[in-house]
Every structure is written in C-alpha cells, then in structure tokens.
Ligand binder design. Structure first.
Ligand SMILES: Cc1ncc(COP(=O)(O)O)c(C=O)c1O
Length: 363
C-alpha cells in the first residue's frame, strides 16, 4: 500500500490502528459469527458497544451527569433544524455568523416560523477571515440560546474566547474541533458534531445536551425530538450501528494516547510547524487574522491562482491527498485532525520549501 497523507476536511483520516482493529473484527465480532454490521441493535453485544461508546465519551470530555449524550443521524446539518425546533420555539435564537456553516445554521433556523432569529455578530464583511467580538449587551437574557461555530472548517478560524452569555445557554457546532481541543462541557447548553472528522466515519452525529433544555416543545416528528431520542437511548429507530462501533474504537484510541489534552498538545505542535512555514515563507501566506487561526483547518495561498494550481498538482502527485482549498476560499487547506500524523506536516513543509525555491520570482 502506498503512503499518502490525507488532508481531507471530512470524512477525514482515521487512526490506522483503529482501522486495523475494525478489520480484524469485521467478519466475526467477539466470536459471535457475525459482523458488527449484522448485529441487531437490540442485542446485548451492540448494547455494550453503545454503552461503552457513551461512557468513553463522557470520560474523555468530562461530561457532567446532567447532560444527555445522543448518537443521532442526519449530520451536523440536521442539528441546524433540531436545535431551534427543540430549544427556541416561540423564543428568540441568537447566532454568531463566522462562516459558511454558521450561515447555513442561521438560514435553517430562519425557516421555522415559530423561531425569531437574530444575528448578534458577524465577520461576513471580511470574508469570515476573523472572529467578531461578541458583546454581552447584545444578548437579551430571555433568548433561548446563543449559537456559535467553535471552529470554522472552511475559513480556518476558531473562537478561542467563549462569549459571556450570562444565563443564556451557549450552543456550539463543534463538528471540526470536538475532542481535538479541551472544552468545559458545563460552559455549554448543547454541543453537536458530525462524526466524520475527529470521531469516526460519516453517518453519526453526536449531541451533548443539558437535560433541562429538552422536553420543552411539541415536536411533530419523533425523530427530531431530543426528549424521545434521549428516553430511547438513541435507539428510537435503528441507529448507525457500525459508525457508533467505529466511534467507540476512536474514543479508546484517544484515551490510549493520553486523552483530549494530549490531542490538543499534539494538534498545536502540528499546526505550529505549518504556521511557522507560512509565516517565514515569501510565497505562501494565510488569509486569516493571526489571533483567530484554527489549529485544525489551515488554509493558505500563494496569492496567484496559477501557482496555487501548480502547487496542488505537485502535492497530489507527491501523495498529498485532499489539500486543495474549499471552492469558496481557493488555494490550499490542510486539515490536521487528531489522527493526522506530524510526519505528514513535516513532509508538507518540505514540499512547500522546495516549491518556493523552484518558483522564486514566478509570482
Ligand atoms: C463546522 C461544520 N458544521 C457543519 C458541517 C456539516 O456537517 P454534516 O455534513 O455532518 O451535515 C460541517 C461539515 O464539514 C462542518 O465543518
């Protein structure tokens, strides 16, 4: 098998040892004669998998007892609707607009007649290259929640200082930095994340929600109701069993590595290698405000479309997969999630240095 480095923003690189473990158990899980994919979700074998997955996630994130952990489907995108539907009917929902995913969250909430949506801060004026200030005075204390996107996957920014929202619960789309940096769950009313970056394969969405925030609304669809999902242990219908199993293996792997703090340390070190190169380079630069730069998704450009294209072609030929920037930003984007190896960042930096030497004066 050839060695490649997968810089994908998601679905993203998974730990090789996790893939190998899944491979070794694929056709005969714990001597059952069945694959995890073939197990009934009501079986004791699967029940142990989902219980272990929840217990491990609770341990890794130190989730307090008064929070429910839900394993749902529909991606983070379905949470754009489920959050306002469950938490904000006949109330005001406040949003911070920091990128393409925040915008989608806002636009989905706006489709609900029963919810009043207000955007309290935005960085759209400068193409989402910075994190706007969020002022407590702009947060009416009767609002249902303030929604933030902790890490903006496409634009490469992160909210490092959580806003002071007073008594209004903070809701976070943590899709691209959950388990990659340490957060205090008690600072949030609700956290959600699509699995396909730091948790496992696509098809699973994790929701962590404070108990008192659910069960307040009449919701037409059982599948969209956190209370029903919680009462049924995320098994109101058939859950994404294989994705939950894979998530459990990833949680075990994170624990073995030393937990989320260790992940954060490694992720910071990986990001520093790339940012050092970007900052010293005469050719490559970052479009993002320095203090708001993400350690998980790092966009960079040469400032010349033809050179960006050439670099992307050479990178691909050298085994650097999925490095091309998002179509809305252009250039390059390196997504450095938990399972991305430091050696891959070193190899990328070496390629950037060679490319710069060979293309001096081409701009
Ligand atoms: C921050 C953020 N929110 C939401 C989404 C959408 O996730 P999904 O594809 O699981 O609906 C993504 C996907 O990349 C994301 O990065």
């Amino acid at each position: 098998m050839k060695t490649i480095y997968n810089f994908s923003a998601g679905p993203a690189v998974l730990p090789k040892s996790v893939l190998e473990k899944a491979q070794s158990e694929l056709v005969n899980y714990e001597n059952s004669g069945m694959s995890v994919m073939e197990l009934s979700h009501r079986s004791s074998l699967f029940d142990k998998i989902i219980q272990d997955a929840e217990a491990l996630l609770r341990e890794l994130m130190t989730i307090p007892d008064n929070y429910k952990v839900l394993f749902l489907q529909g991606g983070a995108s379905l949470q754009f609707t489920m959050v306002p539907l469950n938490l904000a009917q006949h109330k005001k929902a406040l949003y911070v607009n920091t990128g393409s995913w925040s915008k989608k969250a806002i636009s989905e909430a706006q489709k609900l007649d029963s919810v009043t949506v207000e955007v309290i801060a935005s960085s759209e004026d400068q193409n989402f290259t910075y994190i706007p200030e969020i002022h407590k005075e702009d947060i009416p204390q009767d609002a249902a929640y303030v929604h933030i996107t902790t890490n903006n996957t496409i634009e490469g920014t992160t909210i490092y200082d959580l806003p002071d929202t007073g008594d209004v619960p903070l809701v976070a789309d943590m899709s691209s930095n959950i388990l990659s940096v340490n957060y205090n769950v008690a600072d949030f009313g609700l956290i959600y994340a699509g699995a396909q970056k730091n948790i496992g394969p696509a098809g699973l969405t994790v929701v962590i929600v404070r108990e008192d925030l659910i069960g307040q609304s009449d919701i037409l669809s059982a599948m969209l109701d956190y209370e029903i999902q919680a009462k049924n242990g995320s098994m109101y219908n058939t859950p994404p069993t294989f994705s939950i199993y894979m998530a459990k293996l990833v949680f075990e792997w994170i624990k073995e590595q030393g937990g989320v703090s260790q992940m954060e340390k490694q992720n910071k070190a990986k990001a520093a290698l790339l940012y050092d190169e970007i900052d010293t380079s005469q050719l490559f630069s970052s479009p993002v405000n320095k203090k708001d730069r993400s350690i998980n998704n790092i966009p960079f450009v040469t400032g010349d479309d033809a050179l960006d294209k050439k670099f992307n072609q050479e990178a691909l030929a050298a085994g650097f997969e999925n490095l091309k920037g998002h179509r809305s930003v252009g250039g390059m984007r390196a997504s450095l999630y938990n399972a991305f190896p430091e050696a891959g960042v070193e190899a990328l930096v070496a390629l950037m240095k060679t490319f710069e030497a060979e293309n001096k004066g081409a701009k």
